[in-house]
Design a protein around this ligand. Sequence first.
Ligand SMILES: *[C@@H]1O[C@H](CO)[C@@H](O)[C@H](O)[C@H]1NC(C)=O
Ligand SMILES: *[C@@H]1O[C@H](CO)[C@@H](O)[C@H](O)[C@H]1NC(C)=O
Ligand SMILES: *[C@@H]1O[C@H](CO)[C@@H](O)[C@H](O)[C@H]1NC(C)=O
Ligand SMILES: *[C@@H]1O[C@H](CO)[C@@H](O)[C@H](O)[C@H]1NC(C)=O
Ligand SMILES: *[C@@H]1O[C@H](CO)[C@@H](O)[C@H](O)[C@H]1NC(C)=O
Length: 474
Amino acid sequence: MIPNLVSAASVLLLWFSLEACGAPTTSSTPGGLTIPLRMRSLTSGRNLTELGHIAKGQRDAVMNKYAIQPLRRKRSSGYNLIVDQQYDSGYYGSLAIGTPLTSFNVILDTGSSDLWVVGSSCGSACNGLSMFNPSSSSTFKNLTSPFTIQYGSGAAAGSIGQDVVEMAGFSVSNQGFAVVDEVTANLLSAPVSGLLGLAWGAIAASGQTPFWQTLASSGAMDSALFAVQLRRYSNASNPNALEPGGQISLGYTNSSLYTGSIDYVDISGTPSYWLLTLQSLTVQGTAITAGIGATAAIDTGTTNIAGPTDAIAAIFAQIPNSSPATGQWSGYYQYPCSTTVTVTFSFGGQSWTMSPADFMYTSISTTECIGAFFDIGSTAGSSTTPSWIIGDAFLKNVYSVFRYSPASVGFAALSDVSLAENGVNGAVPSPTIGSVAAAVSNTSGAAPRVSFGLARGVVQVIMGLLVTMTLWML
Ligand SMILES: *[C@@H]1O[C@H](CO)[C@@H](O)[C@H](O)[C@H]1NC(C)=O
Ligand SMILES: *[C@@H]1O[C@H](CO)[C@@H](O)[C@H](O)[C@H]1NC(C)=O
Ligand SMILES: *[C@@H]1O[C@H](CO)[C@@H](O)[C@H](O)[C@H]1NC(C)=O
Ligand SMILES: *[C@@H]1O[C@H](CO)[C@@H](O)[C@H](O)[C@H]1NC(C)=O
Ligand SMILES: *[C@@H]1O[C@H](CO)[C@@H](O)[C@H](O)[C@H]1NC(C)=O
């Protein structure tokens, strides 16, 4: 298909170039758009060799101007290296904002949908964090709407703007995001400056289309999905506060990181969170019944696993000598550290086992440990309040794929390569933005708008015209 379309480009551009010579446009004959071509070839007096030469020159000029390479791949893909912060407490990646581009570390959060970074007007709450300075970006536009968001662990507030955002070799020219000037203590810890929401636009507090969704809906990615590998350091022998934390890939799955097939399960309801239905949960081989059939948000931005009161109680009922913890651990349970606890999950496809290392969140004495499951009350569960939040304690055990269409989450078993990367001390990856291979603008779903210098949009618009032209000329 592509080579044919590209060779048809010369015909199209010939038409453009002759059109530009001021020749009369066609009559309104239906389907008569081939007429100008015929007229020109009859009246121009030029010979075919000459015309071919002009056509080639025009094509080369346009290709160069918009940096389109012949037979260039229409779509793209890229990756970003993740950093594991504080022994699996959080996972962040990097992106760049503005003109000139400045890079920031952001929590990668599949449990929310807004992008925000702290701005230079943030006061002492942002001490020690890298801040985005809107006045030093020539492309920043203040959309002047206020922004506030509330997470389980804190809140952030500021105003909404738009600017160029680049990540993993992709660029969105007018990404909407929030510049935050108020943030509660402990929501961020240096070197993290903000958060990248990777769920669906329907739950974006800012009303802005998420970066990943703009790429997916505009066809910019080879495959409209992103995939995440999260490494484990919680039980490593000598972990540093920052360690290489895995990889997020945009537009492809990295087949070195998983084995077997990816088991996709469609998400529940209208896309909002990445919601699956919890089909079964076993503890030490025994299935619990409470909370089964309820919705579960797959959330890279949460360290542990939250569930309904009765389900959490049922889980610990399978662990002898466990009991609700108190004080700062209220909502959690304690259990004897000597007990090796294995939990398996099923969301409608395969079953996935969570390692005992992830079940054990921390020890609080020489004999007592805190489990990774905590109680978030008797939530009924709906598209706005999932009953379960499945965080990193589970996600470290699988390769996770977040697919645009059909909207689904896929899990696959970690490969030996991936498993061998757990707990290995390494240099903290520096921001990896990648050189831009694909650029789009936020058009909320439809074909990308053409924007000068944006190779992606131009390729697609030219392709679209060629298809149309080819049909007209048939
Ligand atoms: C067509 O144009 C080319 C280049 O100007 C010229 O070399 C060639 O002789 C022309 N052919 C005819 C048939 O006029
Ligand atoms: C955007 O404009 C609003 C309203 O004028 C202002 O309060 C806010 O500080 C501005 N935001 C930025 C990032 O400049
Ligand atoms: C992006 O698209 C959304 C949805 O149509 C729209 O509400 C928002 O204003 C757009 N943002 C920008 C920065 O163009
Ligand atoms: C895939 O993962 C492996 C193992 O971490 C890594 O070495 C490689 O660079 C990754 N490849 C791509 C294309 O992401
Ligand atoms: C950490 O836990 C994993 C998963 O259970 C296990 O394979 C690994 O051996 C543990 N590492 C250490 C250092 O105990």
